[in-house]
Design a protein around this ligand. Structure first.
Ligand SMILES: C[S@@+](CC[C@H](N)C(=O)[O-])C[C@H]1O[C@@H](n2cnc3c(N)ncnc32)[C@H](O)[C@@H]1O
Length: 174
């Protein structure tokens, strides 16, 4: 029994490591934004119940949980790693989150046209790649929060520099 458990643990660790490396190469590593950063981001956006919140790279669903619990948002998370997507689904289910969907999907292949609020905690490379997608797909008035990294060539409505380990960039799609 013990060797089987050990083998399963090693396989799980290898899968997590492989997905982390893949995620890092094409989007962002597995890190979590601080809870108060997500709350402040949604306050800046003046998030209203039932608006559509898109978390690009949902991780364990932490930001989605806050978006639902504190603001009543309808949440969609995109996650590349099956392990994290599973944890996120479980996390949302155990906390009784309704109106939420975890898409086990590369967010570059998703369509963002009905998003009201887009949340990113990614990398400079990912923000550069997303910039074109945002320009093509997002509707006018969509609010975008990027934690830690700016959208190249876009002018933020606001940058919050204090009280958080990284800057919060707030944009409005024109
Ligand atoms: C820095 S974490 C942010 C997690 C969460 N949004 C938060 O703020 O706590 C980035 C997440 O994006 C995922 N990711 C990276 N590139 C992705 C892609 N192209 N499509 C979907 N998920 C991606 C990673 O697996 C990782 O879980």
């Amino acid at each position: 029994m013990l060797p089987i458990l050990l083998l399963l643990s090693i396989i799980s660790l290898i899968i997590i490591a492989a997905m982390s490396i893949y995620g890092f190469c094409i989007g962002a590593p597995i890190l979590f934004s601080p809870k108060k950063t997500t709350i402040e981001s949604l306050l800046i956006c003046q998030a209203k119940p039932d608006e559509k919140f898109y978390d690009l790279g949902a991780g364990t669903g932490r930001s989605m949980l806050i978006a639902y619990k504190k603001f009543g948002l309808n949440t969609h998370g995109f996650e590349l790693s099956p392990v994290l997507a599973f944890v996120a689904k479980y996390n949302l289910w155990i906390h009784g989150v309704k109106n939420s969907t975890i898409h086990l999907k590369n967010f570059y292949n998703a369509n963002f046209s009905d998003a009201d609020i887009v949340f990113c905690f990614l990398t400079p490379k990912a923000m550069l790649r997303l910039k074109n997608k945002f320009e093509k797909e997002l509707k006018t008035g969509t609010r975008i929060i990027s934690y830690a990294f700016n959208i190249p060539d876009w002018t933020p409505e606001k940058i919050i520099t204090s009280g958080h380990p990284g800057k919060i960039y707030y944009y409005l799609k024109k």
